[in-house]
Write a protein that binds this ligand. Structure first.
Ligand code: G3I
Length: 333
């Protein structure tokens, strides 16, 4: 059967996957599928700050470099994930942070470090990481998950240090200086359909464009659950594209309550079909990335106990109907 990457779509759309670099080294079948099926890769974890600066001032890009080397050996592009986030911070930084909850139920993080030090740390991190991979990363998720579900800005330590969302524009500017060729993305989940969070991301993107901040695109993570729909994905992608931005589906998976019945499996398959069709229908949609491919290795069961079967391949790395559905879309659209 044709691999997903060999079904090169005339639009040039890249089909990607998140990669677990431990499995890449330990499991030949995993490495073989990664190389044969996909023409873009994202580090599932090893480009995150906690991995690349385990001790303050000590950088470790070894695992990420191995992935980038693998990608280049296999003529794959790299999505860099992720520079500015509230999560997976290095333990030496996390240790300075305490979390509370505000009246609306949203988390508020406070670091004991002064704002000036937090600002300097973030600037150094962005410059060092983007600089390290200069010329080798196609798209960077510069800022990840900056909004709460209600559309208010997430009160993380970056928001604290800047006294607002000004860290976002600064991070894009620093990243652009460090690698002017890289396409710079804002990335978030639950923004696939319109609503307060998607509207907040849209307002941000519009504002950054108006201020000539070097943002190139918006990533829609697309972690879906068959209990919920995504009624206007294509129109929503299009409104961001109409701002003059690229868009991408960056972390697609479709989870359900286990065990999955035939009817639920059919629903999952239709979600995969529809998400790829939506991307193909939007001219500026330049990549479609699955968040891993094997059900045995998914983040889902650990985060949503009792749920799973979210990927294109089953527990034994055999392709599921979801995989065949993507082949059909690429062949026929
Ligand atoms: O590396 C340690 C290992 O040493 C230790 O033995 C093990 C024990 O739990 O934990 C390992 O770290 C885990 C890490 O993944 C690497 O495997 C963490 O516990 C685990 O929490 C972490 O989960 C990752 C999660 O981000 C953290 O937020 C998932 O693999 C990863 O798929 C997930 O990815 C995120 C995207 O970055 C952003 N969008 C949402 C998406 C899903 O949550």
């Amino acid at each position: 059967a044709d691999s997903l990457r060999r079904l090169d779509h005339p639009s040039g759309l890249r089909i990607g996957t998140a990669v677990n670099t431990d499995l890449l080294a330990s499991t030949p079948q995993y490495a073989q599928i990664t190389a044969q099926q996909f023409d873009s890769v994202t580090a599932e974890n090893v480009m995150k700050w906690e991995v690349v600066e385990p001790q303050r001032g000590t950088l470790d890009f070894a695992a990420a470099d191995r992935l980038v080397d693998f990608a280049h050996a296999n003529k794959q592009r790299v999505r860099g994930h992720t520079l500015v986030w509230h999560s997976q911070l290095p333990s030496w930084l996390q240790a300075t942070i305490t979390s509370t909850t505000d009246a609306a139920g949203n988390r508020v993080d406070t670091s004991s470090l002064p704002a000036s030090e937090l600002k300097a740390l973030l600037k150094k991190h962005v410059q060092e990481e983007v600089g390290h991979f200069k010329g080798r990363v196609w798209q960077w998720d510069v800022v990840n998950e900056a909004f709460n579900e209600d559309g208010t800005p997430r009160q993380d330590v970056w928001y604290q240090a800047w006294g607002g969302t000004g860290y976002i524009a600064d991070a894009f500017r620093w990243a652009h200086e460090a690698d002017p060729q890289a396409k710079l993305f804002y990335n978030d989940y639950n923004i696939e359909f319109t609503g307060p969070k998607s509207d907040a991301a849209f307002a941000l993107a519009k504002q950054l464009k108006a201020q000539r901040v070097p943002i190139d695109g918006v990533g829609f993570q697309t972690h879906l659950d068959t209990q919920y729909g995504f009624p206007d994905l294509q129109a929503n992608l299009q409104r961001f594209a109409d701002l003059g931005l690229f868009v991408a589906e960056t972390e697609v998976d479709v989870r359900s309550t286990l065990p999955v019945t035939a009817a639920v499996q059919a629903k999952q398959t239709s979600y995969w079909t529809q998400t790829l069709q939506a991307c193909l229908a939007v001219e500026n949609c330049i990549s479609y990335t699955a968040w891993g491919f094997g059900d045995a290795y998914s983040w889902v069961p650990g985060t949503f106990p009792g749920q799973g079967a979210a990927n294109l391949y089953d527990e034994d790395l055999a392709p599921k109907p979801q995989y065949t559905a993507l082949q059909d879309v690429l062949r026929t659209t």
